[in-house]
Design a protein. Structure first.
Length: 275
């Protein structure tokens, strides 16, 4: 879902410059995206029916509808939309088409032979995709450790770039300034006040969650007793709500989709490190 929102933000920027855009979107998801369409006179939604695939819950359309282990089945379902997309492109005759998951689009455009150019557009940096999404690093088989992520995957070509850790050996010339001591001579040791520790305790909240890797459901991933402790005060919810004026702060793990959504909505951010 967040990938679709990021694409729509890009569409808004293109429409702002006068371009006419057709946006392919699953049927049931269309209503959720309409509020983000700032140029409805230039951006038209093209509804696409996502066929059912055995193993997916009925009505599944986006990654937000299913846990991570079922994403591969959803991609299979998206592959089945190829004939419908091809027919729509014959009628629309666009100059360019942006895509991410639908890897078969360049081949489809070659078959159509209409001079349509394809652009593989990802909201995640190529370095991140290349480093984490290789077959050798299948997170469903083995969760990468910190030591694993320091080195490139085995399939990466050899590089002459020196390990960043060895750069510390080049900084020996700064030893001479150690006699001056740190800029802050003593680290403050004042303990948090009771208000600082528990200032948000008991306040209402929303939590936008999806099951983490290898978890069957959101409920199974929540800490024991969490729902009982927060009953009546908190809502564990998925749809977008950062634009609502009653939301004062967004505590985020800094996922690319979450950050782009928060920045667009000018929401205050609290970045939570994920260990």
């Amino acid at each position: 879902m967040r990938h679709l929102i990021a694409f729509l933000h890009t569409c808004n920027k293109l429409a702002e410059r006068g371009h006419i855009i057709s946006f392919f979107v699953p049927v049931k998801t269309l209503q959720k995206l309409e509020v983000f369409n700032l140029y409805p006179d230039r951006t038209a939604f093209i509804p696409i029916n996502v066929p059912h695939v055995d193993g997916l819950p009925p009505g599944t359309e986006t990654t937000a509808d299913v846990p991570f282990p079922l994403h591969s089945l959803l991609i299979t379902a998206m592959d089945l939309t190829r004939p419908a997309v091809g027919q729509a492109l014959r009628e629309l005759k666009p100059d360019f088409i942006f895509f991410d998951f639908t890897h078969w689009l360049p081949e489809l455009l070659h078959e159509l032979d209409m001079g349509i150019m394809s652009i593989h557009y990802r909201i995640i940096s190529p370095a991140t995709i290349g480093h984490l999404s290789t077959p050798e690093r299948n997170p469903m088989e083995k969760q990468p450790t910190a030591a694993d992520l320091i080195l490139p995957p085995p399939s990466f070509p050899a590089s002459s770039i020196t390990n960043a850790r060895s750069s510390w050996a080049c900084s020996g010339h700064v030893d001479g300034i150690r006699q001056w001591g740190p800029v802050v001579p003593e680290i403050p040791t004042v303990e948090l006040t009771k208000n600082g520790q528990n200032g948000l305790k008991g306040l209402p909240f929303f939590a936008a969650l999806k099951p983490p890797m290898r978890a069957e459901s959101i409920e199974s991933a929540l800490p024991e007793g969490f729902e009982e402790r927060t009953r009546g005060r908190g809502v564990v919810y998925g749809p977008l709500f950062l634009r609502h004026p009653s939301v004062g702060c967004f505590v985020t793990h800094c996922g690319s989709g979450s950050l782009s959504e928060a920045l667009v909505n000018e929401c205050q951010l609290a970045a939570a490190e994920c260990g």
